[in-house]
Design a protein around this ligand. Sequence first.
Ligand SMILES: C[S@@+](CC[C@H](N)C(=O)[O-])C[C@H]1O[C@@H](n2cnc3c(N)ncnc32)[C@H](O)[C@@H]1O
Length: 269
Amino acid sequence: MTSDSAIPASESVVVVAAEPAFEPAAAAVARRLGLPLLAVDAWRGGAGGPVVLWWDAEGLALRGSAASRARPVRPVRPLAARAGRDPLLRAVGRWEEVLDATAGLGGDAATLAAAGRQVTLIERNPVLAAVLADALGRWRADGVGAAGRMRLVSGDARDHLAAAAADVVFLDPMYPEPPGGGRARTRERAPARRRAPARKAEGPHLLRLLAGDDDDQDELLAVARRAARHRVVVKRPRHAPPLAGRTPNGVLPGRTVRYDLYAPEEVDP
Ligand SMILES: C[S@@+](CC[C@H](N)C(=O)[O-])C[C@H]1O[C@@H](n2cnc3c(N)ncnc32)[C@H](O)[C@@H]1O
């Protein structure tokens, strides 16, 4: 289960259509997820909770309260240019098939798919899974090649991994919020003058409100090691302790994050 810091989706998330033309589609999503539908004028007037499932001309997105003035946050289209020499690709190595067990908004999965990997994305938060599913559908309709290599599974990766295998299992669980409560996911901070404008942190903030601290990540690592054929890759903030206190078999350090590599664990026949 996620920690108490996660807001229960069915209680606090509302669905808002940006314009009347999108109301039928937004109402259908609200029905499917069991969430209330809120009129956009009411949202502008301050109604709704801290997370909104927003439907506009570009489809589903996450959004905060109107007072936050931040733009909608949505998955970023996979672009070949993003593949580049991303350290994530070095961490995954030459293996073809990757299971991203903590899909979130799909940024890492998009990087992998843009680089030609077949990626299964697993996301257990139904609101995030809905946003991902909508983005994937739109990318495929637009002929984005990488989207054809991305398959979404909505559910808990621990259940899925118990009956699945992949060359590489990739994990990027939420990093526990620092004491005192930082707004964004903990990463090494850039010097103040180079820090991104506050609204860029809206994505991690909304993700944390929805997903909480992922406090079952030790168990996830154990299941992942049994499901991986070649390796498990865990993304961590650069100075964070290793997941489950397990010393990795290899480490790829980056500027702000590092990738811990684990060998698969033998499964008794
Ligand atoms: C830090 S985010 C991942 C961000 C992602 N790598 C990206 O590029 O957008 C962690 C996500 O993993 C999901 N998650 C954590 N444990 C999970 C599990 N056991 N099964 C499925 N999803 C899980 C959370 O709901 C959250 O959305």
